[in-house]
Design a protein around this ligand. Structure first.
Ligand code: PLP
Length: 406
């Protein structure tokens, strides 16, 4: 028997896709993997050296539940340098990835029947973590026509007396949308009308902004929200450290203490060696990060170019993160060479996997049917090859059965 709670959630779809890719590769197939939610580059050597040195110094023991003071100081310095925000180390908690910080924040604040407002398309874990905490995710959908920004009136309309959190994720996974200053102002105005609602600002892709754009934290735009905002970030994406499992939350002291209290009875603390490595990542040279973002801009262009002009697929160029989120609405209703009619993005993803050996994640996972997520955190050669395979697979599709009937 398993708990009712477990039955309310789904396994993470990108983790599930990753295991399918591994299985197919083990069977000898060459798969272009566009499901990847992590940079493919190695962790910078200085960070690895810092981890090794920490182990040799004996930093292999439990740390404070909130994380080492060295790490929290490094995070405070990072927040000042990168985000122009002053936080005291006591207002910062480290966790086993940003994901665990979000889990602990929700578990520490949500009661049965409470609601969180999530903007779709969303990172898959926000709704499921809320469900695990017996709360109800209220989804507000954005549209591609609005650049994947949810109009403020729609956010305002979703708020009820049970709303406890508004979650925003800019740069966004999966759409790459980056919220502008005026859009953040609009969101801040809504929150000012609801003083009891907290804001979760997931800034994990902050450095992945292209074309001279700039990530802004809502706290920078609206300092009056500081006392009810939890900034979540970490080293996974920016420093190629997903396996180190270090993330952090910065926010008001009572919330930070509550998150750390939960850690004392669950994980105790984040990995000590990982914390030393993350300290080095935040404090060391930032050139590798800048070089990676420049490389990712080229990869984004390669993917957008590779998908351009494919009949049935529309792929705008994302402003940030490392995903494209094309509409595949034009492929729905068309028949595969085996005569199977594609009825959903999940069908399209399966078709691309089987016929083109290209792995993608269906938009349904992000609360947005009719779209696919493709990660460009992979080599330009694979991006080119994968896009040309997709083009080939699309050219094999029959015409739309609906238009045939006309
Ligand atoms: N937030 C978003 C939007 C993400 O895409 C991810 C990872 O995929 C995370 C948070 C969590 O990252 P981590 O737990 O590795 O810090």
């Amino acid at each position: 028997m398993f708990s009712n709670r477990l039955q309310t959630i789904k396994p993470s779809p990108s983790m599930a896709a990753k295991s399918v890719v591994e299985r197919l590769r083990a069977e000898g197939r060459t798969i272009m993997d566009f499901t990847i939610g992590e940079p493919d580059l190695p962790t910078p050597p200085a960070i690895l050296d810092a981890a090794a040195a920490a182990m040799r110094r004996g930093e292999t023991r439990y740390t404070a539940a909130a994380g080492t003071l060295a790490l929290r100081r490094a995070i405070a310095a990072k927040l000042l340098r990168d985000n122009r925000l002053a936080y005291d180390p006591a207002e910062i908690v480290a966790g086993c990835g940003g994901k665990q910080v979000i889990f602990n924040a929700f578990a520490a604040t949500l009661n049965p029947g409470d609601e969180i407002v999530v903007l779709a398309p969303f990172w898959v874990s926000y709704p499921d973590i809320a469900l695990l905490c017996d709360a109800r995710p209220v989804i507000v959908a954005a549209s591609a026509e609005n650049g994947w920004k949810v109009p403020v009136e729609a956010i305002a309309a979703a708020i009820t007396p049970r709303t406890r959190w508004l979650v925003i994720n800019s740069p966004n996974n999966p759409t790459g949308a980056v919220y502008s200053e005026s859009e953040l102002e609009g969101i801040a105005d809504i929150l000012r009308r609801h003083p009891d609602i907290r804001l979760l600002s997931d800034e994990i892709y902050e450095h992945f902004v292209y074309d001279g754009g700039r990530h802004l934290s809502p706290v920078e735009i609206a300092p009056d929200l500081r006392e009810r905002t939890l900034i979540v970030n970490g080293v996974s994406k920016s420093y190629c450290m997903t396996g180190f499992r270090i993330g952090f939350g910065a926010g008001p002291r009572p919330l930070i203490d509550a998150i750390a209290k939960l850690a004392t009875q669950t994980t105790t603390c984040a990995d000590a060696v990982g914390q030393a490595a993350a300290t080095a990542a935040f404090s060391g040279e930032q050139d590798s990060l800048r070089a990676m973002v420049a490389l990712f801009a080229e990869r984004r262009d390669a993917m957008v170019t590779g998908l351009a002009g494919i009949d049935g697929l529309i792929c705008p160029s994302p402003a940030g993160s490392f995903y494209v989120f094309p509409s595949i609405a034009g492929l729905i209703g068309r028949a595969t060479p085996e005569g199977h009619v594609l009825a959903s993005a999940a069908d399209v993803a399966l078709y691309f996997l089987e016929w083109a050996g290209v792995a993608t994640v269906a938009g349904e996972s992000y609360g947005m049917p009719g779209f696919l997520r493709l990660s460009f955190a992979t080599s330009t050669a694979d991006i080119r090859e994968g896009c040309s395979r997709i083009k080939g697979a699309c050219s094999l599709l029959g015409s739309n059965s609906a238009s045939r009937q006309k």
